[in-house]
Each structure stands twice: as structure tokens, then as C-alpha cells.
Write a protein that binds this ligand. Structure first.
Ligand SMILES: *Cc1c(COP(=O)(O)O)cnc(C)c1O
Length: 397
């Protein structure tokens, strides 16, 4: 059977081999501590679960409108006004099967083959693959650690060509935890408006901000940039609802209409029951979110302090999400048991085999010389895992 050409445009995930190796060790009965987790380790709040149970009992188990039920769109509309100072009509909002699906849909309705999309690195892996599958070209721009891994207006400007269609922004960022401040966004918005470039703003980590930083949506900076911005968000990370698959997009009504049509022919609608649960997540008490953020803040401090104690490691205090992204290239060239560390992937392989900890190499996010550790795991695991990393680290020579 001959596969479509575009099936070959998607690269297998660079983290896959590591993940498979870690799972294989667990299967053999070895206790591996994972710093690789990409979702909150908390349970979905009880009130949200109850809303889903109620929806089932009330028979809300049939098809819904393709773009989501009216009550959820209203809840999203209110959330955007309340938290982000953004006013949208209901025709500017669509509910999707998670934020990943929101981003996928946007790539499908916005991009023609040959179009260019600017993706600041380190990036979330799916951005580049979703762009590629449309035949468009991801233009990866390296951001610098000195700038807190934030794309500068100058770097943005330099990457623009006549084919540039969109910029993908992710604040707070996975994998770096970077948070763009208002002034950073204002500078980027000016360039986007000047060139008429769409901004896909992935705000899925919105509530996870620590130490006085604040989340700002680039769309809130004025009517011109708002018209160009597609805000992507959802309840997966904020309300520990990754398995429920509810995300949304807000922006240009023509884009929303195209996404809704695409959905009507692909997924029909996001799961009815999960949509009712999402209404409760967005309109119900937010204490569970605050509790989760407070616990993440505590773990972040601990993890950064432990990493900074390792000789050669440079680790900024990330302002958002639940990841730290230390620079680890100082150990390149060192060895342990005859095995040489040559890059972030070989270091992570060594940490797995010698230390029984799983960490994601920076190369998976387009950033060699770094690694990503998630603190969406218990304090006990963080302590145990860091003890193990420290042991391997000190044995490298
Ligand atoms: C987790 C994640 C998403 C996907 O969220 P879902 O709602 O689970 O699809 C999108 N963007 C980034 C950066 C993420 O880390």
C-alpha cells in the first residue's frame, strides 16, 4: 500500500525512543522516576467531575453543535472578558477537542503549501509537525537564554519573508517556563501588525505563573493585534483535565467558521459530557486551581535550587508552566563507565540507565545543550529523582 506523501512529512517524536526505553525498564520492575510528565499530577476537581456525572444522568449524551454548546461558548466568552480583558462575540469562539486540536485546526484552515510559520525555539514539538503536514514550512527561530528564551521583535522581524503567514507564541512556555511581559508582547505586536502576520497565541499554561509575573494575552494589546490573533486555550492544564479533551479558539469569525466546518466533517463535536464539565471548570470555584499553583510554586523553588547545586548547571528561575530548562552543556565531553556524553540525548540516556531517572533532552524541543524537567510530580519523587541525578552528575569525569 502506498501512503500519501504528507504522511512522510511528519517526523516521529524525538522523545519516543527515550520514553520507550524508560517504559521497558519499568516493565522489568526497575523503579524509574520520571521528570518527563506533561500534565498536572492532581486529580480533576470534584465539582467538575460531578458536573459530568450530572450531564450523563440528564441524558446530555448526544451530538452537540460542531463548534460546541451555547452555554460553554458563553462561559468561554465570560472567561476571556474576566481574565484577559477580551471581548468576543459567540461567532468568534469555537470549542475544540483539546488545545492541540485547536492548533491543528488552525494550521489546516490558515496554511497553504509553501506558507511560512515562525516558530520560536525552544518549541513545543507539535507546532512544527502540524505546520509540516499542511505543506507549509516551519521557520524555526532560536531565542536566547540571555533573553529568557523570549523572541525579540528584532529576531521576529529578521525571520519575516513575503511568505510569512503566522507566528506561534506560547506564554507561559513549554518547555522553558518563559513568560512574555506586556512590553515584550507590545514589541512583537507592532511587527505583526506592520506586516499583517497572524499570531497563534497558545495560552494553555495561563494560570501557572509564579513570583509576581502576570499573564498577558497579546490579543489584549489593541484592536489591530486582536484582529490578527487567534487565542488558543483550554481546561486541560488549568483544571487538571488532560483526558477530557476540551480546548477552544477565540478570534476572527471567518477563521472560527472554517474551523467549525472542518470539525463538523472530522470529529463532529467535542465530547458532550466533557463540555458540561468544562462549563463547571470555567464558572465554578477556582480554589482547586489556586491550590495546584501554590504547590507547583513550592516545587519549582526546590527543583531549581537542587539543579543549581550541580557543578556546571545553569538554571534560570522559570516564571511559568511546570517545567525547568537548565543548561547542561558543561558536562559534554565527560564520561561515566566508558560512556561519553556528547549531547543532551546521550546525557538523558545515561541518566536513565545509570540513575533510573527519565528527563527529556533539549534537542527534542530544538534546543541542544539543555534538558527539560517537569515538576508535575510529588515532592517525594522530586527529592528522590534529584538525589539520583546528583549521584550520576558527581560521577561524571
Ligand atoms: C499540553 C499542551 C497543549 C495541549 O493541550 P490539550 O488541551 O491537552 O490538547 C498545547 N500546547 C502546549 C504548549 C502544551 O504543553
Amino acid at each position: 500500500m502506498k501512503l500519501a506523501e504528507r504522511s512522510g512529512w511528519i517526523a516521529p517524536s524525538a522523545t519516543m525512543a527515550m520514553d520507550t526505553a524508560a517504559k521497558e525498564m519499568v516493565r522489568r520492575g526497575i523503579d524509574v522516576i520520571s521528570f518527563g510528565v506533561g500534565e498536572p499530577d492532581f486529580d480533576t476537581p470534584e465539582n467538575v467531575k460531578q458536573a459530568a456525572v450530572k450531564a450523563i444522568e440528564a441524558g446530555r449524551t448526544k451530538y452537540t453543535p460542531a463548534g460546541g454548546i451555547h452555554e460553554l461558548k458563553v462561559a468561554i466568552q465570560q472567561k476571556l472578558a474576566r481574565d484577559n480583558g477580551l471581548e468576543y462575540g459567540l461567532d468568534q469562539i469555537v470549542v475544540t477537542v483539546g488545545a492541540k486540536h485547536a492548533l491543528y485546526n488552525l494550521a489546516q484552515v490558515l496554511l497553504d503549501p509553501g506558507d511560512e510559520v515562525i516558530v520560536p525555539a525552544p518549541y513545543w514539538v507539535s507546532y512544527v509537525e502540524q505546520v509540516r503536514v499542511t505543506g507549509a514550512v516551519p521557520v524555526v527561530v532560536q531565542t536566547r537564554g540571555e533573553n529568557g528564551f523570549r523572541l525579540t521583535a528584532e529576531e521576529f522581524r529578521r525571520a519575516i519573508t513575503p511568505r510569512t503567514k503566522a507566528l506561534i507564541l506560547n506564554s507561559p512556555s513549554n518547555p522553558t517556563g518563559a513568560v512574555y511581559r506586556r512590553e515584550h508582547l507590545e514589541a512583537l505586536a507592532e511587527v505583526a501588525v506592520e506586516h499583517g502576520i497572524a499570531v497563534i497565541s497558545d495560552e494553555i499554561y495561563e494560570p501557572f505563573i509564579y513570583g509576581g509575573a502576570q499573564h498577558v494575552s497579546i490579543a489584549s494589546l489593541g484592536p489591530e493585534i486582536k484582529a490578527l490573533t487567534l487565542v488558543v486555550n483550554g481546561v486541560s492544564k488549568s483544571h487538571a483535565m488532560t483526558g477530557w479533551r476540551i480546548g477552544f479558539i477565540a478570534g476572527d469569525s471567518r477563521v472560527i467558521k472554517a474551523v467549525t466546518s472542518l470539525q463538523s466533517h472530522s470529529v463532529s463535536n467535542p465530547t458532550s459530557i466533557a463540555q458540561y464539565a468544562a462549563i463547571e471548570a470555567l464558572t465554578g470555584p477556582q480554589e482547586p486551581v489556586q491550590r495546584m499553583v501554590a504547590e507547583f510554586a513550592r516545587r519549582r523553588e526546590y527543583l531549581v535550587q537542587r539543579l543549581r547545586a550541580l557543578p556546571g548547571v545553569e538554571c534560570d528561575m522559570p516564571e511559568g508552566a511546570f517545567y525547568v530548562f537548565p543548561k547542561i552543556s558543561a558536562v559534554f565531553g565527560k564520561s561515566l563507565g566508558g560512556r561519553k556524553v556528547t549531547d543532551s540525548a546521550s546525557l538523558c540516556q545515561l541518566l536513565l540507565e545509570e540513575g533510573h531517572v527519565s528527563v527529556v533532552p533539549g534537542s527534542a524541543f530544538g534546543a541542544e545543550g539543555y534538558m527539560r524537567l517537569s515538576y508535575a510530580t510529588s515532592m517525594e519523587n522530586l527529592e528522590k529523582g534529584m538525589d539520583r541525578i546528583e549521584r550520576v552528575w558527581n560521577a561524571l569525569a
